[in-house]
Design a protein around this ligand. Structure first.
Ligand SMILES: [Zn+2]
Ligand SMILES: [Zn+2]
Length: 146
């Protein structure tokens, strides 16, 4: 039996529209581009709920980020893990909290080294403390060796 409705859109797109101001804030935060740092799409951006609406996720900007239709679909089809989405959101927050470029590089490095045993220099440790304060590194498990 055929499905009544072809539903190629991610589920939460059917729900009520976000307030224009929230949408604007999210687009500003992402520089009017897809939140995937390696994606250059600036075509129609969709607002994705990091924690799905059906899973209790709300319309708070901290739970939202813009994705192009391609990356959005890739995520909902399971090709882009939620951890990546959270990292992208963290990067956007970091950028907007004016952390310097070196800190971002370090954050990306940590992402690469995720799960591996690494030693941090004192300076890196200080940078990490900034993120912990901002709550940015919650998705990155970090083992400090001293
Ligand atoms: Zn979505
Ligand atoms: Zn994209």
């Amino acid at each position: 039996m055929a499905k009544k409705k072809t539903d190629s859109q991610p589920r939460e797109m059917d729900r009520k529209k976000l307030p224009v101001a929230v949408r604007h804030e999210l687009l500003m935060e992402a520089g009017y581009k897809c939140a995937n740092p390696t994606c250059r799409n600036v075509i129609t951006l969709e607002i994705h709920h990091i924690q799905y609406v059906c899973g209790g996720g709300g319309d708070d900007p901290s739970n939202l980020l813009p994705l192009c239709p391609y990356c959005h679909a890739m995520h909902h089809q399971g090709h882009i893990p939620v951890e990546a989405i959270r990292t992208w959101k963290s990067l956007l927050l970091a950028l907007n909290n004016a952390l310097d470029r070196r800190s971002l590089d370090l954050l990306l490095y940590l992402r690469e080294m995720h799960g591996k045993d690494i030693e941090y220099s004192g300076e890196a440790y200080c940078n990490l403390q900034d993120w912990w304060r901002l709550g940015l590194s919650s998705s990155t498990s970090v083992a400090i060796t001293r």
